[in-house]
Design a protein around this ligand. Structure first.
Ligand SMILES: Cc1cc2c(cc1C)N(C[C@H](O)[C@H](O)[C@H](O)COP(=O)(O)O)c1[nH]c(=O)[nH]c(=O)c1N2
Length: 228
C-alpha cells in the first residue's frame, strides 16, 4: 500500500539561532583530517551510533541509502589494514618526482593502528534495484551519495570531539579480501576514529608545505565555464 502523502504535513523549517548557525560553520571550518592525534580510549557505543545516525541522515540518489558501515575494532584486522596501507604507500612514494618524494615520505598519512576504531564505508549499487531514480544517466551517483554520508559523519564527529582520518592509500583488493566485501560492492572510505583534544588549525598538508588552499574566487565561475 502506498503511504498517504497528505498524512505528512510539512514541519516549519525554523530559524537557526546565531549560536546554532555559528556552531555549524565552526564544525565545518575546524574539521580536520586526523592522522596522529588519536587517544586510544574506545569510543562509547552510543556515541558511535550518533555518528552513524548522522551518516545515515545523508542525502542519497533516489533515497537509495546505498551505504554500509563496517565497524572494525579488532587490532589484528587493523594491523593487516596498516600492512596493506604500508605496501601501497611505498608504491605511491615512488610515483612522485624525486624532489617531492622525501616530503611525501615525511608525511603521516594514516592513523589505522593508533585510532581505536576504523569504519569502512561501502556502497551497494543494488540497494534499490537496477533502475534508481536520479542514477539512470550517471551511475556514479550512488557513490557520491555514500560520500555525503562520510561527510555527515565527519562533521558530527568534529562536534563530538572525535577525530576522523580518511585513508585511501590501499589496493581495493586488499581491503576487499580483509573484510570479505563482495565484488559488486564498492569500497568508498576507510575512516579512522578516536577521541582527540588537539587539532591542526589548518590542513596538515598545507602546514607541512605539500599544497596550499586555493583562493575561492579562482574557483567560482558565473553562468559558464571560464578558461583561466
Ligand atoms: C576522498 C579522500 C581521500 C583521502 C583524504 C580526503 C578525502 C576527501 N585525506 C584527507 C585529505 O588529505 C585532507 O582532507 C586534506 O588534506 C584537507 O585537510 P583537512 O581535511 O581540512 O584537515 C587523506 N589523508 C591522508 O592522510 N591519507 C589519505 O589516504 C587520505 N585520503
Amino acid at each position: 500500500m502506498r503511504p498517504d502523502p497528505s498524512a505528512h504535513a510539512l514541519a516549519p523549517a525554523g530559524e537557526f539561532s546565531t549560536s546554532e548557525r555559528n556552531a555549524v560553520y565552526r564544525a565545518i571550518e575546524t574539521r580536520r583530517d586526523v592522522r596522529d592525534q588519536f587517544f586510544p580510549d574506545p569510543l562509547p557505543d552510543d556515541l558511535v551510533m550518533r555518528l552513524l545516525r548522522a551518516a545515515h541522515a545523508a542525502p542519497s540518489v533516489g533515497f537509495m541509502q546505498p551505504w554500509n558501515f563496517i565497524l572494525i575494532r579488532d587490532a589484528a584486522v587493523r594491523e593487516a589494514a596498516w600492512a596493506a596501507f604500508s605496501r601501497a604507500n611505498d608504491e605511491a612514494a615512488e610515483m612522485f618526482p624525486q624532489e617531492r618524494r622525501d616530503l611525501y615520505r615525511s608525511l603521516k598519512l594514516e592513523g589505522i593502528r593508533k585510532a581505536p576504531l576504523s569504519i569502512c564505508v561501502t556502497c551497494d549499487p543494488d540497494r534499490a534495484g537496477p533502475v534508481v531514480l536520479g542514477r539512470t544517466h550517471n551511475p556514479r551517483m550512488d557513490v557520491y551519495s555514500a560520500v555525503c554520508a562520510v561527510q555527515n559523519l565527519w562533521l558530527a564527529a568534529r562536534a563530538e570531539g572525535v577525530g576522523v582520518g580518511w585513508v585511501s592509500i590501499f589496493h581495493d583488493r586488499d581491503v576487499r579480501a580483509l573484510l570479505g566485501i563482495p565484488e559488486r560492492v564498492e569500497i568508498v572510505a576507510w575512516l579512522c576514529l578516536g577521541y582527540v583534544d588537539r587539532l591542526y588549525a589548518e590542513p596538515e598538508l598545507a602546514l607541512k608545505g605539500w599544497r596550499q588552499r586555493l583562493p575561492l574566487e579562482d574557483l567560482v565561475f558565473h553562468d559558464r565555464w571560464q578558461a583561466r
